[in-house]
Design a protein around this ligand. Sequence first.
Ligand code: NAP
Length: 289
Amino acid sequence: MTDPATTGQRPLCAGVMGWPVAHSKSPLIFAHWFAETGVAGSYLRLATRPEDFAAAFRALPKAGFRGVNVTIPHKVRALELADEASEAARAIGAANTIRFDPDGRIFADNTDGYGFIENLREGAPAWNPAAGPALVLGAGGAARAVIHALLEAGAPAIRLANRTRGKAEALAAHFGPRFGSRVEVIDWAARAAATGGAATIVNTTSLGMTGNPALEISLAEAPAPALVADIVYAPLETPLLAAARARGLATVDGLGMLLHQARPGFRAWFGADPAVTKELRRAVLEGSG
Ligand code: NAP
């Protein structure tokens, strides 16, 4: 192993900061890509309490880190602590991919929306986001990135339904200055009717996840070309996706979003462009690291 103390080069080191972070799949993704690309890097889980986050985050460049992913509950704070941010991070209001530059500057990006769209394009090449409105179920942290990505990809309108209507209204207001009235809040009880004419139907709630109840929604009104996506990836086929498949609708599972969102970090920190492959999917599904 090369020693930065003798070579003068920064270590090929990155990680993921979260609290908790033991469940993070990111180390599995990076381990696969290190092996595949030949980059002799390391990627660590960094369990960081919220009250310690700012000090730990600022110290990482001095410990040789080229960057980090940040996950719950640090995504908003990471954006606040950065010197610069991408348009996506600013628009979403949270960051998940941080680059520490050699001059000490901190650049914040959000690649969740990128990962979401790449996954849909890969899984459903015929999908056209501009073909009709998107129905987004859920208004939590992930929904912010999904809505932003759909709007940027050309969805003419977003029908947004959330159990707690006020949270959906706050999100619509958040995007209002940039996207006008394209985000329309609908009642949670009206979600089935809102599938009518939709080009894209996305679950961003935690319903359907192992241990949680299924998302209950009739897809009887959904048009034949509609794409149904779930960002929940455990299980891979959620009850929503099973129902969509039974109706003959195109479906995309949530694992690819997780894999694609990691690519920009790897590129920025290590200078190689890894691929999202079947082998990577298998490694992450089977991995226990
Ligand atoms: P979050 O901020 O906690 O939001 C949770 C959302 O689920 C809220 O809209 C919440 O509605 C809704 N919800 C929870 N229980 C519900 C219930 N019983 N009935 C109706 N709605 C319910 O979580 P998040 O960070 O957005 O994550 C949401 C899901 O996406 C998680 O399963 C997470 O694993 C997954 N995710 C996947 C990826 C990926 O890469 N594939 C990335 C991020 C997240 P209320 O507002 O009414 O509480």
